[in-house]
Design a protein around this ligand. Structure first.
Ligand code: ARG
Length: 271
């Protein structure tokens, strides 16, 4: 009888210490542990080579590699960033408002950091140096700069910096498109005189895609930087910035850049 009572006490002590251990573990790794909840990242995969979909539906591209590297322990920043990424495809035009409404945690989509956008959302430090370029049909010799675009028919992607730029051209007739490749087709078909779009994406589409017969006017119209966008006051922005810094200094950024552009990456500003 006495033995049995002793046994019960031991059991109680054992259960209590287990409970204490669990509580201690939970405070070390709280429920907000980013590992527990994947970071929802929006992207518009119609923008080669930054984000696009393969025939079997896989997401690929420079931005996709960068985002995955930010989350990977192999980049040795897991302790800093330490999140799993869950991509969500979204039309580019809806990206800013989706971030504003906090329906996603972040967006990576070749999004240019602009003063206008900074009014409603936040951006990471710049991760890519870009700029707008004019694309024309190969045989077109008369469009060569901003001035020669006056009064011309121009195609752009809705909600893009290219669309904003086109609005500044006097008397231009602007057609808008929802996704990347469509406007190149329109240019080839002769429906518009020029496309205003991101230079790297345009050059890549010409080099690797079916858009033979298009060329890019050499001089860029703007200098832009892409950033990873988040809602304002995002709890993840600091980790994302530290992650980018780590990828820049440990060589991973360079590796990804060379994989997609076969060139040395340019110097990026810190902010
Ligand atoms: N850089 C341009 C902008 O921010 C165009 C980006 C388009 N990106 C895309 N995934 N469609 O407006």
């Amino acid at each position: 009888m006495v033995k049995l009572v002793n046994f019960k006490w031991q059991q109680l002590i054992l259960s209590l210490s287990c409970l204490l251990l669990i509580i201690a573990c939970q405070s070390l790794y709280p429920a907000t542990n980013p590992d527990a909840k994947p970071l929802k990242v929006a992207t518009d995969p119609t923008f080669v080579p930054f984000e696009f979909q393969t025939a079997d539906g896989k997401l690929k591209g420079f931005d996709i590699d960068l985002m995955n590297a930010l989350a990977s322990p192999a980049a040795s920043i897991a302790k800093v960033a330490g999140f799993a990424v869950q991509f969500e495809s979204l039309p580019f035009d809806g990206m800013i408002s989706t971030l504003q409404a906090k329906r996603v945690d972040a967006a990576i989509s070749g999004i240019t950091i602009t003063a206008e956008r900074l009014k409603t959302i936040a951006f990471s430090r710049p991760y890519f140096k870009a700029g707008l370029a004019i694309a024309v049909r190969e045989d077109n010799q008369n469009i060569k700069d901003f001035n020669s675009l006056k009064g011309k028919k121009i195609a752009v992607q809705i909600g893009s910096t290219g669309a904003d730029f086109a609005k500044t051209i006097p008397n231009a007739k602007i057609s808008t498109f929802n996704s990347g490749p469509e406007f190149f087709q329109d240019l080839l078909n002769g429906n518009v005189d020029a496309v205003i779009s991101d230079a790297f994406a345009t050059l890549y589409a010409i080099k690797n895609g079916k858009f033979k017969g298009i060329r890019v006017v050499a001089d860029l119209l703007t200098e832009e930087y892409y950033g990873i966008a988040t809602p304002k006051d995002s709890p993840h922005l600091d980790a994302i910035n530290k992650g980018i810094a780590a990828l820049l200094s440990n060589g991973t950024y360079k590796q990804i850049y060379q994989k997609w552009f076969d060139a040395e990456p340019p110097q990026l500003p810190d902010s």
